[in-house]
Design a protein around this ligand. Structure first.
Ligand code: C5P
Length: 222
């Protein structure tokens, strides 16, 4: 097949999903938010007191988790066993556990498998941490996003505050640093730049600048 895969990876709160959604809208591609999948699994684990050290319990939980996306103008909603958990998975409690849950091999194997099936023979924009390295190593376009950690924390803080969540700027900064640390140091497909990924540092770029930058890289493949 000649489908096109755009892989967007990078650190936490770098604006990956903003860019990915913008590209999907412009190109009429399917957007897949893999972070939302790990967050939904984490929410299920929290609700059901799943012990991360208990492999059988984890495997059993994974068998009971069914994830679905439904998309309204690229504002993707994620369903956990039929329930729309799009809002709940953004809460701090989930953010504080998600990197521990997503470091488990059983969790990664299952999610990567589902992601590969979702992207098969379709034009997609997928964002996450291991898309260009593990999920779609043959993606035609790979972008690796980064930005100053303070700027990232401020952006995310404003976003959460606008939604009425009362985390402090310091908590948000700590959480981003914590996730970056776990995500880059874990054993199973750690966050790293694929050798053929283009770096996009957006500390001082507008959303429109980033979109133009990415579209220029994608253009030759359209
Ligand atoms: O993208 P988002 O920040 O929502 O992802 C939440 C967490 O899920 C990340 O910090 C990371 O631990 C995990 N994740 C992952 N692999 C992906 C996407 C997300 O491990 N492809």
């Amino acid at each position: 097949t000649n489908n096109l895969v755009i892989a967007i990876d990078g650190y936490s709160s770098c604006g990956k999903s903003t860019l990915a959604k913008g590209l999907a809208r412009k190109l009429h591609f399917i957007y897949i938010d893999t972070g939302a999948m790990y967050r939904a699994v984490t929410l299920y684990f929290l609700r059901n007191n799943i012990d991360l050290a208990d492999e059988e319990m984890v495997a059993g939980a994974l068998r009971n988790i069914h994830l679905n996306f439904h998309s309204r103008d690229y504002q993707t909603h994620i369903l956990l066993n039929g329930e729309d958990v799009s809002e709940e998975i953004r809460q701090m409690q989930v953010s504080q556990q998600v990197s521990e849950v997503s470091a488990l091999k059983a969790v990664r194997d299952e999610m990567v498998n589902q992601q590969q099936r979702m992207g098969k023979s379709k034009n997609i924009v997928m964002d996450g941490r291991d898309i260009g390295t593990t999920v779609f190593p043959d993606a035609q376009v790979k972008i690796f996003m980064t930005a100053d950690p303070k700027v990232r924390a401020e952006r995310r803080f404003k976003e959460l505050a606008a939604k009425g969540q009362n985390s402090t700027l310091e908590e948000v900064f700590e959480n981003i640093a914590h996730r970056d640390y776990l995500d880059t140091t874990r054993k199973e497909s750690p966050l790293s730049r694929a050798h053929d990924a283009i770096i996009l540092d957006n500390t001082e770029l507008t959303e429109e600048d980033q979109l133009q930058f990415a579209l220029e890289k994608i253009e030759p493949f359209l």
